[in-house]
Design a protein around this ligand. Structure first.
Ligand code: CMC
Length: 437
């Protein structure tokens, strides 16, 4: 895929290896760092590029999301995240991520209808849930049920058919909230609540999670709007671990449902999507403001194995722009619910204040990330901690799908196949068991 600004073979980067110098093209994007195209490195020098954790490696070109970690900037298709969070809604952002432009009125109407018409799950799928233990983590359920979508929707698994790719994308965005809400209902022993197509995306999700058949349920519009904003904040985030997982899985030609299930599995880890759960647990463990110094000390002690959850980011070396909106949303939700003096919010705000003045965190440029305030907000809305990462997955599905589609449509796309620095035993002969020492 080419960038808007034409790729150029000039300037070149030079690398000398074993007395041989090779030239490698430097390619420029529209904004952000240039990349050195090392694609011919092995062919010309016999060496691989070594970069565990991909700290200096671009795996693809993309037009979807741009992050300037030093400036604390996040753009979707060029639009700043705070503008989208304040002025747009989640479905409009989904359209933007998938299609590259904000929808006009008829486009939005069509998209909204398409999503609301695909919210129901095949009825047979509901029986999957009973196969899980009652105390199963809802993320485990999500991995299983989303992967199983490919067993039900055969008419949207041909990745070479653009029409089927679009149907799969829309199905995933539409059905993910239903799957997530059912995982929740199963875990609390309540009957599944069917989607309501007259409600918007976030209001419908709230009613599927919190309504019960025996009583009327009214969605609080302030909470629905807050949840919608939380979904926008999580919608995409460039080539993060789960998105890269989706791209890598998809690079083999695997169907989109299987690829998104792989993304969900990756998201579950505490260094990624599981951090909001971990952050809330940490705030609860700290409990009171007077215990903060003890935890700050522990976070700075490398031997403790403890980190401040919800702090630090691989890319942001400044305040995570999503964290700012999330902090505001947190206050709005607590106000709307009449929760005054929430002790965990007090702990969070004081912890943030102390950490931002502490040399360790200042020098390492560790700032609150999106997960720092999201747990408090989601818990106030009524979600148990096990559901936090599930909500992240509901929102991130559009990012995964948009990135997956972009990859499939990219003429430069090849199967992802990293190499390694082998440090194991060199070649040796097999010795029969009886002759081994
Ligand atoms: N608390 C204490 N020290 C930290 C923290 C933290 N939260 N994060 C990083 N450090 C230190 C780390 O020990 C290292 O120190 P040194 O250079 O002396 O060895 C330095 O800062 C750089 O850390 P790193 O682990 O090399 O950085 P990374 O880019 O590999 O890790 C991270 C990024 C997000 C995994 C890490 O900051 C972390 O574990 N944070 C806590 C978990 C968390 O909040 N994750 C959510 C990320 S945002 C949501 C998402 O996008 O998925």
């Amino acid at each position: 895929m080419s960038s808007d600004k034409p790729s150029t073979a000039s300037p070149m980067a030079n690398l000398s290896v074993g007395g041989k110098t090779i030239d490698m093209p430097v390619r420029s994007g529209t904004v952000g760092p240039d990349v050195i195209d090392v694609g011919r490195l092995y062919k010309e020098t016999g060496c691989f590029n070594y970069d565990p954790g991909f700290t200096s490696t671009a795996n693809c070109s993309s037009k979807i999301t741009y992050i300037d970690g030093d400036a604390g900037m996040l753009l979707h298709r060029g639009y700043p995240i705070d503008q989208l969070a304040e002025q747009s809604n989640f479905l409009e952002v989904c359209f933007l991520l998938l299609n590259g432009e904000l929808p006009n009125e008829p486009e939005y109407e069509e998209f909204q209808l398409a999503i609301t018409r695909h919210t129901m799950l095949h009825e047979q799928m509901t029986r999957f849930y009973t196969g899980f233990r009652r105390d199963a983590h809802p993320m485990a359920v999500m991995c299983g049920v989303v992967g199983a979508l490919s067993a039900f929707y055969h008419d949207s698994t041909d990745i070479n058919d653009p029409e089927q790719r679009t149907i799969a994308a829309r199905r995933l965005i539409a059905k993910m909230p239903t799957i997530a809400a059912m995982a929740y209902k199963y875990s609390v022993g309540q009957p599944f609540i069917y989607p309501r197509n007259d409600l918007d995306f976030s209001a419908n999700f709230l009613q599927m999670c919190f309504a019960v058949p025996c009583a009327p349920y009214t969605v609080d519009p302030v909470i629905a709007r807050a949840l919608d904003r939380i979904f926008i904040l999580h919608a995409d985030h460039e080539q993060n671990a789960s998105t890269s997982t989706v791209r890598l899985a998809g690079s083999s030609g695997a169907n989109p449902f299987a690829c998104i299930a792989a993304g969900i599995a990756c998201l579950w880890g505490p260094a990624h999507g599981g951090a909001n759960e971990a952050a809330l647990n940490m705030l609860s463990e700290i409990g009171t403001v007077d215990r903060i110094p003890e935890y700050i000390k522990k976070a700075k002690d490398k031997t403790s194995g403890f980190r401040l959850m919800g702090f630090g980011h691989r890319v942001y070396k400044n305040y995570d722009p999503r964290a700012k909106v999330m902090q505001k949303t947190c206050h709005e939700v607590l106000d709307a619910l009449g929760i005054r003096n929430e002790p965990l919010l007090q702990v969070a705000m004081e912890l943030e204040r102390i950490a931002l003045e502490d040399d360790y965190f200042v020098e390492k440029k560790l700032y609150p990330n999106i997960d720092f305030y999201s747990g408090i907000t989601l818990r106030a809305i009524g979600f148990p901690v096990e559901m936090f990462t599930v909500l992240f997955a509901v929102a991130r599905t559009v990012g995964w799908v948009a990135q997956w589609k972009e990859m499939i449509e990219d003429p430069e796309q090849r199967i992802g196949r990293p190499r390694q620095l082998y440090i194991g035993a060199p070649v040796r002969d097999y010795v029969p068991r009886g002759q081994r020492g």
